[in-house]
Design a protein around this ligand. Structure first.
Ligand code: ADP
Ligand code: CIR
Length: 339
């Protein structure tokens, strides 16, 4: 079923016994094992290779999701996941703006009662959009802004949003195989605050991606805005949450806080010493991505560096972990002899 070359978590954990046990199961919204693993089969270079179709997937297909989640997140299911959005007072690691171009913190959220983007009908996708747009009416002061539907804006405007790191494009081949791109661009869009610091993506990989971003290294201020925005959205929207797995997401890699806090940081010296950068990332549990996000290249020595751990850690702890690692990286970049 999986190519020999595949090193994915799904290939590692899907034994014949588990496959036979789960192959005829279905969630109430019709999601099957085949749907869950299709992306991993069609893309042998997947790292995870499995997606959930709804909240129920995590219970119905427990026998495969549990080992993948425990292994990926180094997390035992006897552990509990707790949320804490209180804002720590952290120093800016780069007050002179020499290295950090921008900070972005996002969380993924799914509406509890509707199938996830992998498994939603067009009608349900539109329902997500409608509910979210209604909730945006509550955003006020610095969070107030406008919703841009991808059905009504031009293709070039939509692509320009994503080139400027504000918006998103149609999903990649991993998401295509998982069914996430169906009915594109229907019921997709983004809410953008007037100051462009608070953004919500609708129906990308998850129902909502709630994002706070700004053009400096002030992690606390960025997190404070996210914390306020989420609290307002939660007044109108009920998100899928589990005491063990935290916020439930389409890709199990995002479970827990569903948070990715990142900086775009220019590191010309460390780019020449990739091993050193990789060692620090490992030590501080950070993930390095390319300039345009997951599975993209690093351009102009601009790295996207973010927290790796999401499950079994609070949002506040994620932020503190990122801050600690980035302070170390900035100090090292400064200490290296110039090119
Ligand atoms: P996600 O973070 O939503 O999991 P991606 O890795 O694809 O997904 O990143 C989404 C977008 O956010 C990309 O355009 C990426 O360049 C942008 N991005 C990520 N971190 C930052 C940052 N610190 N500043 C500006 N843009 C960022
Ligand atoms: C993979 O398995 O490599 C892809 N399905 C992506 C996994 C992690 N990233 C994500 O969900 N955004």
């Amino acid at each position: 079923m999986f190519e020999n070359s595949s090193n994915s978590f799904i290939k590692k954990h899907l034994s014949k016994d588990i496959f036979d046990k789960l192959k005829t199961k279905k969630t109430k919204s019709g999601f099957t094992l085949y749907h869950a693993i299709k992306s991993g089969i069609e893309n042998p270079d997947s790292s995870v290779g499995i997606y959930a179709g709804d909240k129920e997937t995590y219970e119905e297909f427990f026998e495969i999701f549990n080992p993948v989640i425990s292994d990926y997140h180094s997390f035992k299911l006897t552990n509990f996941h707790k949320s804490d959005f209180s804002v720590p007072d952290l120093s800016n690691p780069d007050p002179e703006k020499k290295y950090i171009i921008s900070t972005r913190i996002r969380v993924a959220r799914n509406l509890e009662k509707l199938p996830f983007t992998t498994n939603t009908s067009l009608k349900e996708r539109k329902e997500v959009e409608k509910k979210a747009v209604k909730a945006f009416e509550l955003l006020d002061n610095d969070l107030s802004g406008n919703f841009f539907s991808f059905k009504t804006i031009s293709d070039s405007q939509q692509r320009s949003f994503s080139q400027n790191h504000i918006g998103f494009n149609k999903g990649d081949r991993f998401q295509e195989s998982a069914g996430i791109n169906r009915d594109w661009p229907d019921a997709r869009g983004i809410f953008i605050s007037n100051n462009e610091n608070f953004i919500v993506w609708i129906n990308e990989e998850d129902h909502l991606r709630v994002i706070s971003m700004q053009k400096n290294g002030d992690i606390s201020e960025t997190f404070n805005r996210l914390s306020r925005g989420i609290a307002i959205l939660e007044k109108n929207l009920k998100f899928a949450f589990d005491d063990h797995l935290g916020y439930l997401t389409a890709c199990p890699s995002n479970l827990g806080t569903a948070m990715r806090a990142s900086v775009h940081i220019r590191l010309p010296n460390l780019q020449k010493k990739k091993n050193l950068l990789e060692d620090i990332a490992e030590k501080y549990n950070l993930q390095i991505r390319g300039t345009h996000g997951e599975k993209t290249e690093v351009k102009g020595a601009v790295f996207d560096i973010s927290n790796r751990q999401r499950l079994g850690i609070t949002e506040k702890e994620c932020i503190k972990a990122l801050h600690k690692g980035i302070c170390t990286i900035v100090n090292l970049e400064k200490a290296l002899p110039p090119l």
